[in-house]
Design a protein around this ligand. Structure first.
Ligand SMILES: [Zn+2]
Length: 131
């Protein structure tokens, strides 16, 4: 069986943390030293910028922040409805996309990933798919 990436459990959890999570970087460091594939962190919502950077330092290459995105979308839609109760389907859709975009951009900046995507490989994949 091929494993492409490994999701670790180092004190992280889905949803909102009730107290600041205490991540086990010692365990993450050990896993990173033994496993040849990229590591994944679920439950990224609420983890500090400092801890994100430490996770990346120890081999985390994918971080899930779904709850933060859900919250950001909800907030954007609720804000729109407060300001413009007459807002229609497309307005709501735009608010949802804007809410998700803002949250993802904020996290990309925190991770230090801005401008690092290799567009070449994505474009090549797209061209192959169209052939
Ligand atoms: Zn998850």
């Amino acid at each position: 069986m091929q494993v492409d990436a490994l999701a670790v459990a180092i004190g992280n959890a889905h949803g909102l943390y009730h107290v600041e999570p205490h991540l086990r970087f010692d365990v993450l460091n050990q896993i990173g030293g033994k496993v040849p594939v990229p590591l994944v962190l679920h439950g990224g919502t609420g983890i500090s910028e400092t801890d994100f950077k430490k996770c990346i330092q120890f081999g985390i290459r994918k971080i899930n922040v779904a709850t933060a995105t859900f919250n950001s979308v909800e907030y954007a839609v609720q804000d729109l409805c407060r300001k413009r109760p007459e807002a229609g389907y497309f307005d709501l859709q735009e608010a949802e996309i804007g809410g998700a975009y803002e949250n993802i951009k904020r996290h990309i900046m925190m991770f230090g990933s801005a401008g690092r995507a290799k567009m070449g490989s994505l474009r090549k994949k797209g061209q192959e798919a169209n052939q």
